[in-house]
Design a protein around this ligand. Structure first.
Ligand SMILES: *Cc1c(COP(=O)(O)O)cnc(C)c1O
Length: 223
C-alpha cells in the first residue's frame, strides 16, 4: 500500500464516524511529506505541540498548502508566545493553560494580522504533570476578558483524558462529561456559543459519544 492509499483508508474509516465533530490531525514528529499527502486528500486542520516545529512546518508549507489551518495543541511557554503568534496560517491555540498566559496573549496580540481561536485547557484528570485551569472561577474571569478581544476569539475549552489508568474509558468519559458541563455553564454565563476539544487516539470514541467539537488524532492516523 502506498502512503497515499494508507492515509485515504484512514480518512475513509474515520470520516463516517465524525458527524458534526471536526478532525484535527496531529502531525507532530511527522514529515512535511506526510502533511502534504493528507492535504492533497483534502484535509486542512493540523496540530503541532512544539512552537518551533510548528513555525518551521508552517513556513515550509505556506505556498504549497495555502488553505492549511494550524493548531497549537502542546504546552505553551510564555517566552514562545511572540513566535507562535507570527506563525503563518495559525488558526487556533488549544492549550492556553492558565490566567497569566491569557494576559500575556492579550498583551502580545498586536503581532497578529488575523483572528486566532483560543481554547482554555482544563485539567479534568487532575494528574499532577498535566497543566490546565482547575477552577471554574478562573475560567470565567479569563473567558470574560477574552470575550472583549477582537483578534483573539474565545473558541471554547480543551481537555485530555487520564493517561495513567487501568480503565481509561470510564476515566475519559468522566473527564469529557466534566468538560461538557463546564462548557455549558460558561456559555450560559458569557452568552456566547463555545466548542470542546477532547479525544485522542486512545479515547476518541468516548469523545464522539460526548459530542466533542474537535478530536485530535495523531498515532492512529499514521499507523
Ligand atoms: C500528541 C497529542 C495528541 C494526539 O495523540 P495520539 O495519541 O497520537 O492520537 C492529542 N492532543 C495532544 C495535546 C497531544 O499532545
Amino acid at each position: 500500500m502506498t502512503q497515499e492509499e494508507l492515509f485515504l483508508k484512514k480518512l475513509c474509516e474515520i470520516n463516517p464516524l465524525l458527524g458534526k465533530t471536526h478532525l484535527l490531525i496531529v502531525s507532530k514528529t511527522r514529515s512535511l511529506e506526510d502533511i502534504k499527502t493528507y492535504y492533497k486528500l483534502g484535509h486542512r486542520d493540523f496540530g503541532e505541540n512544539r512552537v518551533s516545529e510548528l513555525q518551521e512546518k508552517s513556513l515550509a508549507l505556506k505556498e504549497e498548502c495555502p488553505e492549511i489551518r494550524w493548531h497549537m495543541i502542546g504546552h505553551l511557554q510564555s517566552n514562545k508566545i511572540n513566535l507562535l503568534l507570527k506563525t503563518p496560517q495559525l488558526y487556533a491555540i488549544h492549550s492556553v493553560h492558565d490566567p497569566e498566559l491569557v494576559l500575556k496573549l492579550i498583551k502580545s496580540q498586536e503581532k497578529l494580522n488575523h483572528e486566532v481561536g483560543i481554547f482554555l485547557q482544563f485539567n479534568t484528570s487532575q494528574e499532577k504533570e498535566k497543566s490546565g485551569f482547575e477552577s471554574y472561577k478562573e475560567l470565567l474571569s479569563c473567558g470574560k476578558k477574552l470575550a472583549q478581544e477582537k483578534k483573539l476569539k474565545l473558541f471554547g475549552l480543551m481537555t485530555m483524558g487520564t493517561l495513567r489508568t487501568d480503565d481509561f474509558e470510564t476515566e475519559a468519559q468522566r473527564c469529557f462529561q466534566e468538560l461538557n458541563s463546564l462548557k455549558q455553564k460558561l456559555e450560559a454565563d458569557l452568552q456566547i456559543p463555545l466548542q470542546t476539544s477532547m479525544g485522542m487516539s486512545q479515547d476518541y470514541k468516548m469523545a464522539l459519544k460526548e459530542h466533542s467539537d474537535w478530536i485530535r488524532l495523531g498515532t492512529m492516523m499514521f499507523s
